[in-house]
Design a binder for this molecule. Sequence first.
Ligand code: WTA
Length: 668
Amino acid sequence: MAATENQGQGTQQQGPEESRVFEPSAAFAAQATISGMAAYHAMVKEAETDYEGFWARLARENLSWKKPFTRTLNEDDAPFYKWFEDGQLNVSYNCLDRNIENGLGDKTAIIFEADDGTVTKASYKELHEKVCKFANGLKAKGIAKGDRVIIYMSMSVEGVAAMQACARIGATHSVVFGGFSAKSLQERIIDAGAVAVITGDEQLRGGKKLPLKAIVDEALALGGCDSVKNVIVYKRTGSDLPMVAGRDTWLHDLVEGQSAQCEPEWVDAEHPLFILYTSGSTGTPKGVQHSSGGYLLWAALTMKWSFDIKPDDVFWCTADIGWVTGHSYIAYGPMAVGATQVVFEGIPTYPNAGRFWETIKKHNVSIFYTAPTAIRSLIKAADVDPKVHPSNYDLTSLRLLGSVGEPINPEAWMWYYKHIGGEKCPIVDTFWQTETGGHMITPLPGATPMVPGSCTLPLPGIMAAIVDEAGQDVPNGQGGILVVKRPWPSMIRTIWNNPDRFKSSYFPEELGGKMYLAGDGAIRNKDTGYFTITGRIDDVLNVSGHRMGTMEIESALVANPLVAEAAVVGRPDDTTGESICAFVVLKQARPTGEEAKKLALELRNWVGKEIGPIAKPKEIRFGDNLPKTRSGKIMRRLLRVLAKGETITQDVSTLENPAILEQLKEAS
Ligand code: WTA
């Protein structure tokens, strides 16, 4: 099991001792889907009393089944749990056709806000037509149920349509964030055994054109990708691009002449809807496999419970479809409940740091969901330039705010509450993970009294708990390991191609093999039982809400011919939550001064090329060696202290080479 030596690393100082409490307003509670704590407790009770009955009821009420299920949960092969296994449905049908049948055909599904501010809208009928043509086009290329399709696209209606089109024909998509390098893309293509890649010519971010198709070409040229027979290219910028005959097709040519009707492929509830690669503490990224039925149920339900979605809401989740948040709360959740949402191509600081606030006003956004890192950077921007302070914008359309991806420090929470929410909008601080498929621990906006920095209480049916390393419950007020004691419908089903790793990563024997290990540390408040997440207990970093493994970055560094050894640690960062600090030993003598600067830059760019710009270390320190125990183990714990610029107070007597600490204290 993951070592807990670094528990709580990197998170902002916050604690279960935070005493400010913010009750949801009576007006909000009165109209809320789950109104008041009594309603919450009643649902918790229902789940505890009849766990399967609770989920079965919700699955019947919230999804349309082609063939109803008769068995709710199958635990025979635990931890490979199956939900609603004999039921059949189609995710795209549930997100599109069902809304049209319910009279929402002309309702706006997507308001697309382009990088340059151009707006295009798609109604449910129009989106349905786009998805059906796309799906028929994919079928015409021989892509069928069970095939894996990589989607390497930027934020666009077409990106969302690509995911829905795959779902419609039962192909399993794997979206790769557009910021990942050719090598990362190649690794994912190979691991997934993808038959096709859907991409764009280029992406537009902050007024700049960035490559997509060129990186796909590069990835495929790296070799090992023979499974890929087709590359579909959405024309976004119109730049001149080489197309490979017999392999590459423009999206507009693919859909040309295709029927606007496409019978959905009815799949079993357990059919893999998608694989999404995410970082673990060791090895290559893991292909987190999600189901169709259980996943969609939770995406829809959390839209109702956590976001209190109503027919007139305009929902805006600022995530990218390359991350799980963009799956559950852009591509699937909002449409599963017939909502109107904003899909945003740009970045929060272009043309200036008022872009989010301007866009909220422009589209009358009522529910806004973003990451603490964005909030923190916009607080700074508003301090520097009062013109982009939110007080200059009309934000009165907002009624609910959300936060995701990393712990939100109480100061950022207060600013968000006051300046964006006008002290009237509840904030849902949603704790969840790629593996959980949707929210796990979060306030309910019309019920839960909020405490800044705490994600408060688990959603009904989520049996979250805090245990020690032997799997025993710890009392409130004492920190420990966050686990979930019962399976839930939207949980990860396996790691693609690696069931053993699934078992050992998430259901370790040390905890009895039946508890889901989240990988985070947490503590519950003595009085309220509220959860506060204290940070990862493994070697996973969270930089600007992006998840990365220290091992991956270390592997990228040592792949450079100059590098003999590398150790990567995270350290707290005011804006990005955590930042990456790398300690590097070169094959040549330790560089200093200008030489060190030059080599650090070279290595940063190397990591950018190997993994993607998000993985570039913020700082690189060179040493003659790394601090090691006599058995040769690198003492990362000490490196974390050095990275923070703190003095080492721990016992270093087990170190082989204590003198090295002095050298690594400061930037080279
Ligand atoms: C962290 C993102 C504190 C946590 C949805 C988790 C959070 C990891 C919160 C998953 C939150 C996410 N408060 N920490 N509200 N939300 N995290 O897979 O460490 O990209 O394990 O999923 O982000 O990141 P992932």
